[in-house]
Design a protein. Structure first.
Lengths: 392, 267
């Protein structure tokens, strides 16, 4: 058993690691298998920003029997390599970019593959209740934060009767005030920090003038089909209007597609943030949006009324009529200036500059909090020791 | 922004018409949204009686130069009038406005929005709104080029896309004067189509701006389209298009009528 002096020395060492950026930010992640997802984007963006601030960052994943580099090279040589195979970690390179794929990754499936120290900080996605539980049971010594992109995912895998309290989780980083409120409503013990996502700079006003192309952003193909078919049936005069389905595209390719088009129909009522609409607006698209279940800060004004930055609709059957109106106005250059003004205001929100500042502040705050905790622990040990010495 | 000459081909009986007044008014409105200078060039047949200096200069709210020129070639058909007019254009671009049609008020501004990144385009066409005077129906023309999968590049009329459709309208279009190839007056009905085939065959770029730019009246009593409707059978109509497909390869107008085609086939 370690002596108190040794323990104090270790704590001092951990504090020094924190002060000198010698600790690790660990992010538990899932393999997206090339399917773009907002939550994966959120965690990789945070990881990359921390990495650029000079912190050690490691992305953790769990994959049994992963193909080793030699096997992979052989298969590539034979031409039979399948990046979508079950034993391959596909990552985000193809759809987010090489910069993200190049972040250090570690497969923790093997025993003892990963170790954490008290100075380290681990981010666990909100859906991974199992991981919250395991890291608690095995007393992983690092500080744990839940990275909550969407409150809806929290209930997906958490066992009946459990809450984060059962896993010793008290800290949560989330995307918006609304998400923070949702989690605090049901788990009031959770300390939340809001870190708004940002819209990358490659979502920007295009240099070339717009094509008459309608982009459709929806998770469900049925929505896309429904919109297109009903539009053509009701408005055969607009049979020449081309639609583009934005599902499953690599991020920069998706941005290029948005830039090409003039109008975006956005159908994602369960969205926790509204990336699709914001990205489309940045690309100077007029957005026709189905009102989501939870309205976000950028969607409403001070009186909590929907802003005019998007042309809103409530019922799917109204979408073709609204789209026809917008196409008509756009073809006549008669889109109301108010819409463009509101879009401009919205486009000034969630910038990369703001994000960088917020991430730096967040990192500093997490480090300071951890140092304070370790200092307090150290003081309590010293006080205990002094008390015992006095008793002696 | 480019200065643009608007050519209005006229016949004697159209000179003081309300329709012409309306057409000029639309140019005047366009000037409000367009910083380049617009000027109007009326092409009239040489009058039987001297009426020089009696031509009407329509009042406009913005300073727009108006000039009449008399076509003394003896050929007063639509194509010859345009060809004559273009010879007198002194601006880098020109447009064609029929006396009973009109521009939408932002057409020249819309052109400029697309021109700035497409300077190599020879002809910018609007999406035209066609008013059918007989049925009172409205429809678009030139719009098909924006249909997914129709052309090699959305919005760009190329030789391949012209093999699929010939129904394009050049009125309201804005032409680069130096790239103008001239209409062939001997080709009836399909003279626009022949022009497009010839231009794309010479690898000129023809772009349809995806905006409503021009209102075009068809089948109005006394109009060219009405004459064609009444006097040209569907069969002959197709023959004119067939002729266009044979003639585009030649720069000059070879005056081959559709009767010649039949004769050639007989031989």
């Amino acid at each position: 058993m370690a002596t108190k002096e040794e323990v104090l020395g270790r704590i001092e060492n951990e504090i020094s690691k924190l002060k000198n950026k010698k600790f690790n930010f660990f992010f538990f992640t899932v393999d997206s298998k090339n399917v773009p997802s907002g939550s994966v984007v959120y965690s990789y963006e945070l990881a990359l920003a921390l990495h650029k601030l000079g912190y050690n960052v490691t992305m953790l994943y769990q994959l049994e029997n992963e193909m080793n580099p030699k096997q992979k090279a052989k298969l590539i040589e034979k031409g039979s390599y399948d990046p979508m195979a079950d034993n391959v970690f596909c990552g985000v390179g193809d759809w987010m970019g090489q910069e993200y794929a190049d972040l250090p990754h570690l497969n923790i499936a093997k025993k003892d593959a990963w170790a954490a120290s008290p100075a380290d900080i681990l981010f666990i996605p909100e859906a991974f209740a199992g991981l919250m539980s395991q890291t608690y049971v095995y007393k992983i010594p690092c500080q744990r934060y839940v990275l909550m992109y969407n409150f809806d995912y929290v209930t997906d895998m958490i066992p009946w009767g459990s809450s984060w309290l059962n896993f010793g989780i008290r800290d949560c980083i989330t995307t918006t005030d609304l998400q923070a409120k949702l989690i605090q409503d049901v788990m009031p013990f959770v300390r939340t920090t809001v870190l708004n996502p940002y819209i990358p700079e490659y979502f920007r006003k295009p240099v070339k003038p717009k094509k008459l192309v309608v982009n459709v952003i929806s998770k469900r193909q049925s929505d896309v089909k429904k919109l297109m078919k009903t539009f053509y049936w009701k408005y055969p005069v607009y049979k020449f209007v081309a639609f583009k389905d934005c599902r499953g595209l690599a991020r920069e390719h998706y941005a290029e597609q948005l830039k090409d088009g003039a109008i975006t129909v956005w159908i994602d009522t369960e969205t926790p943030f509204g990336f699709g609409a914001l990205e489309a607006m940045r690309c100077d698209n007029i957005v026709i949006g189905k009102i989501p279940e939870n309205t976000q800060e950028w969607m409403v004004n001070e009186s909590d009324e929907l802003r005019d930055n998007v042309i809103w609709f409530d019922n799917m059957s109204d979408a073709p009529d609204i789209l026809a109106d917008v196409v008509g106005s756009w073809m006549q250059d008669e889109v109301p200036q108010l819409l463009y003004d509101e879009m401009e205001k919205t486009n000034n929100m969630y910038t990369k500059k703001e994000w960088d500042v917020n991430v730096e502040n967040l990192a500093n705050k997490m480090v300071e909090t951890r140092i304070t905790e370790l200092e307090a622990f150290k003081t309590s040990i010293i006080n205990n020791k002094e008390k015992k010495d006095e008793e002696k | 922004m480019k200065d643009i000459t608007v050519i209005i081909p006229l016949l004697e009986n159209q000179l003081d018409s309300d329709e012409l007044k309306n057409a000029v008014k639309s140019v005047d409105q366009c000037q409000e949204y367009y910083d380049g200078k617009l000027k109007i060039l009326y092409v009239v047949p040489t009058p039987k009686e001297e009426r020089h200096c009696n031509y009407t200069m329509f009042p406009t709210n913005r300073p727009i130069s108006q000039q009449y020129i008399e076509n003394d070639t003896g050929c007063y058909d639509y194509c010859s009038q345009i060809n004559f007019g273009v010879k007198h254009v002194d601006t880098e671009y020109f447009s064609i406005l029929e006396y009973d049609d009109y521009y939408t008020k932002k057409w020249f501004k819309m052109f400029n929005d697309y021109y700035v990144t497409n300077e190599d385009v020879s002809v910018f066409l609007p999406i035209n709104i066609i008013h059918n005077a007989k049925t009172n129906e409205r429809e678009f023309v030139n719009d098909i080029i924006w249909s997914s999968g129709f052309a090699n590049e959305l919005g760009m009329i190329d030789f391949d896309s012209l093999q699929q459709s010939g129904s394009f309208n050049l009125t309201g279009g804005i032409f680069k004067t130096s790239d103008w190839l001239g209409y062939k007056p001997s080709i009836k009905v399909a003279f626009n189509y022949e022009y497009l085939l010839r231009a794309t065959n010479k690898e000129q770029k023809i772009f349809v701006v995806p905006k409503e730019g021009y209102h075009h009246e068809i089948f109005k009593d006394g109009s060219l389209s009405s004459y064609y409707l009444d006097n040209i059978t569907n069969d002959d109509n197709m023959k004119w298009f067939e002729l266009a497909k044979r003639e585009y390869a030649f720069d000059e107008d070879r005056n081959k009528g559709i009767i010649n085609i039949e004769e050639e086939k007989m031989e």
